[in-house]
Design a protein around this ligand. Structure first.
Ligand code: SF4
Length: 406
């Protein structure tokens, strides 16, 4: 047996198979490890052997044992091994042990911190998104054990020698993000201020200063004057909506996105009146800002009054799954990426709500899941948005604050 750290929600997740509204086999390039590829070539059952021969091809571009081969998708970008009822023919005819590493583990995400394995769920699976986002009491974590030979590839391995303060920072972040005294925006801004402060410390000061600074920022949650000053930070809708423009431009320039996500994006475009040409850009933006404000006040804000825990759960799951704040080169870069994810979700929700004239928890789940699928299954998408932000010079702490604020 090996020790493993998991969120409590994990035991509640079960794949709903044929009843799934967006199976994992849709629009996703599934890679096959060498061991599974060799097992497929030895299958003797005639019908399955023929299908596997036809739809599993070596991936000679990648040339490593993890990405040894891939499934060929059909013209609708679905896996050819999927049956009409949405079930997997490999699982049904040959058994679970014939699933490749990718399919066997999905939507679970494996990481390792200081030699201890961790497992969580990725929200690109709709059922996983429901289990995680709808947990009103918030996310908790437990230590348990699992057999040493449990299958699955490690997505990330983090050594504590290189990141000795990882655990302090992770616990602080989760504690802060789960403090429901204040809005999720205020919590995110405090996290940014804390990260800014920590980045100013010299490595030799961290041991002594980190616990004091963490306590200081947690105490600030009870400092009314300080909180009031954060509430005065004004969001910049022009800036936020320009980010949406980056997204739309990326889509228009031929980004590889699924039909389901294209539908969400289309609702956003129509809901906020994003269509228009450069000649009347100023006028379009004014109209868009009005539509955004109207949707925010009438649909987003009233919905989030009672359901903000859905966004909190999203962020806490992100922090745990991605090993925040050591998931990018610097703490600040990690923070930018977290804010970018949060902001993309918020913009999509406001946009879709503007089009549908309502916001429901099903719409939130669908938006988060579709966005997660686009981002996680297609790293070029996030890369495109990130580069767009960098080109526009939108990556300072000041920009982060106006991006978070309302
Ligand atoms: S997306 Fe999730 S619920 Fe749907 S088939 Fe895949 S694992 Fe099952």
């Amino acid at each position: 047996m090996r020790p493993i750290l998991i969120p409590e929600y994990l035991s509640e997740f079960n794949c709903i198979g044929g009843a799934c509204e967006d199976t994992c086999c849709a629009g996703w390039n599934v890679t096959i490890d060498k061991k599974t590829y060799q097992a497929y070539r030895k299958v003797r059952q005639p019908e399955m052997a023929e299908k596997l021969q036809k739809y599993v091809k070596r991936d000679r571009k990648k040339n490593d044992e993890t990405n040894y081969a891939k499934f060929i998708l059909d013209e609708d970008k679905n896996c050819n091994m999927m049956l009409d009822d949405g079930l997997c023919s490999i699982h049904k005819e040959l058994g679970e042990e014939f699933l490749c590493n990718t399919c066997a583990i999905y939507p679970r995400n494996l990481t390792q911190v200081g030699g201890v394995t961790e497992k969580s769920l990725t929200l690109s699976c709709p059922e996983a998104a429901r289990v995680v986002l709808l947990r009103e009491e918030g996310l908790g974590f437990i230590e348990t054990e699992e057999p040493k030979n449990t299958s699955g590839l490690m997505n990330k391995v983090l050594g504590l020698e290189k990141y000795p303060y990882f655990w302090d920072l992770r616990i602080f972040t989760i504690q802060l993000m789960q403090n429901r005294q204040h809005s999720i925006e205020i919590r995110l801004i405090i996290l940014g201020l804390f990260i800014q402060k920590i980045e100013q410390l010299k490595p030799s000061e961290l041991e002594q200063e980190l616990p004091i600074t963490m306590q200081d920022y947690l105490n600030r949650l009870n400092n009314e004057e300080f909180i009031e000053s954060l509430k005065q930070i004004k969001g910049n809708l022009n800036f936020q909506l320009n980010l949406t423009r980056v997204l739309i431009n990326y889509r228009i320039s031929g980004g590889d996105i699924s039909d389901k996500y294209a539908k969400v994006l289309q609702s956003l475009i129509e809901g906020l009146d994003f269509e228009g040409n450069d000649d009347n850009e100023v006028q379009d933006m004014e109209e868009t800002i009005l539509k955004y404000q109207e949707s925010y006040q009438n649909f987003y804000e009233p919905f989030m009054k009672n359901k903000e825990y859905m966004l909190e759960n999203y962020i806490v799951n992100y922090v745990f799954k991605n090993l925040f704040p050591n998931d990018y080169n610097t703490l600040f870069e990690s923070y930018i990426m977290l804010v970018l994810h949060f902001n993309l979700i918020k913009l999509h929700l406001v946009g879709v709500a503007a089009k549908e004239r309502k916001l429901t928890q099903e719409m939130v789940i669908n938006c988060v899941q579709q966005l997660a699928k686009v981002i996680e299954h297609n790293p070029a998408y996030l890369q495109g948005v990130r580069e767009g932000m960098e080109d526009a010079g939108y990556t300072t702490m000041g920009h982060m604050f106006v991006m978070i604020s309302n």
